[in-house]
Design a protein around this ligand. Structure first.
Ligand SMILES: *Cc1c(COP(=O)(O)O)cnc(C)c1O
Length: 421
């Protein structure tokens, strides 16, 4: 559920007409709903009620400071995958003891920053990384809290580019080797082993892969405890999918996911961490764009819009579907026609949708891409020298620009000319 609805024929973001934001900031832009962000966070938090837990928002999904602060105010922890994200989380007021550090390639400097600034735990992804964390911790005279990310070798049944829990993926250590890697961890004086971590992929629309993975985590918990490890925290990753189309079967709800966690792991008396990203931010954001031209091609009409693959890369990168709706609601009964909806970038991949049915559009009309809040703005680039598009946050009847569109001069002047030129 989200807070982008038509009212009297116009699309609203909460209590603000989307067209009003477009008039104020220009197109294209991203707009997020505070109420939706908050609602989604609370759904997870409530799903784990009765169990000691922390919901750590996977901030790579959408990492604007205002979004982080909105969630931090509700008590969210953060899952970070880089020094930049760590520093963003701290700047948004998240205490170190609510930040978990994930990612396969944490560098010495990143580990140092997190250990000196405060960290809840590192989710360790390999033995070489574990050794570096130990070295940094020893140098600082502290013990680094760690979990080890195990790869349970289950098929997440999602897009290949976002499946992470199969043995051929680069993530974690094979669960079959967990005993020896935990033994190594226990022997390193700079580390304190506190738990197990597991994240099998993103946009999962079925609970079964989670069940298979968590059953393996439960078994591993018992095995490691029998070996003398004090396993007291289980980080279960993120990955719960969202509906990208209205017609699709609905993915499982957070409450069902929470129940699965309790069923598979509740008996272990561990603190539970989850790291949802997409489900919190995805349907909390739209990308709004304007039709530049309607071009009649051979046998098809193109809607050329001012948003492009550099602004929202998911369709080009993952063949992702986004519902695209007009900002002015068509009068009921309007006959639709198929359009290929494309951006201005010089690549055929800059195609958002093929033969998508929409009410007839003309130049100047606004369209909104639904479910664009996660992996949207954060993946944007300035390809084709198109400045990053602004981000706007709505709160009831208020809205604020939370990242400005840079001017062309700002974009150009970030480059510097060497002395020999
Ligand atoms: C990407 C990622 C997440 C979040 O995944 P979503 O599908 O956005 O919920 C959580 N944990 C880790 C380690 C990740 O890499």
């Amino acid at each position: 559920m989200d807070h982008f609805l038509y009212r009297d024929g116009a699309l609203y973001a909460e209590d603000v007409p989307v067209a009003e934001i477009a008039a104020a900031v220009g197109t294209p832009f991203y707009v997020y709903s505070t109420a939706t962000l908050e609602r989604h966070f609370k759904l997870f938090d409530e799903a784990l009620e009765g169990t000691e837990h922390l919901v750590c928002y996977a901030m790579k999904a959408a990492s604007n400071q205002a979004i982080l602060k909105t969630l931090a105010k509700l008590g969210a922890g953060m899952d970070v995958v880089s020094q930049g994200e760590y520093l963003r989380a701290r700047a948004a007021g998240v205490p170190g003891d609510k930040i978990v550090f994930s990612g396969v390639g944490k560098t010495y400097e990143e580990i140092h920053t997190a250990l000196t600034g405060g960290i809840r735990q590192f989710n360790v992804e390999s033995e070489p990384e574990m050794i570096v964390i130990d070295q940094v911790a020893q140098k600082l005279g502290v013990k680094a809290p760690i979990t080890i990310r195990v790869n349970p070798d289950v098929d997440a049944k999602t897009h290949a580019k976002i499946a992470t829990g199969k043995s051929e993926n680069k993530f974690g250590i094979p669960i079959s080797r967990a005993k020896e890697v935990y033994a190594l961890a226990a022997s390193l004086p700079g580390l304190e082993v506190i738990g197990i971590d597991c994240h099998i992929g993103s946009q999962l629309t079925d609970l079964e892969p989670f069940r298979l993975a968590y059953e393996k985590v439960a078994e591993l918990t018992e095995t490691l405890r029998a070996e003398g490890h004090n396993i007291r925290r289980l980080d279960l990753g993120g990955g719960l999918g969202i509906p990208y189309t209205r017609s699709n079967e609905a993915p499982p709800l957070p409450v069902e996911y929470g129940q699965l966690i309790k069923d598979t792991l509740g008996h272990l008396d561990c603190e539970i961490e989850i790291e949802p990203g997409r489900l919190i931010a995805g349907n909390a954001g739209l990308m709004v764009s304007k039709v530049i031209y309607v071009k009649s091609g051979e046998g098809r009409d193109f809607l050329i819009i001012d948003g492009a693959m550099n602004d929202l890369i998911r369709p080009a990168m993952y063949e992702a579907h986004h519902d695209i709706i007009p900002v002015i609601e068509p009068v009921p009964g309007t006959e639709q026609q198929p359009y290929d909806i494309v951006g201005p970038v010089c690549e055929s991949g800059d195609t958002f949708a093929k033969q998508r049915n929409l009410a007839p559009m003309v130049a100047g009309d606004l369209v909104a891409f639904r479910s664009a809040g996660a992996y949207g703005a954060v993946m944007a680039s300035e390809y084709n020298s198109r400045p990053l598009i602004p981000e706007v946050l709505v709160h009831g009847d208020q809205f604020a620009v939370i990242r400005e569109r840079p001017s062309f001069d700002e974009m150009i002047n970030r480059d510097t000319i060497p002395a020999w030129l």
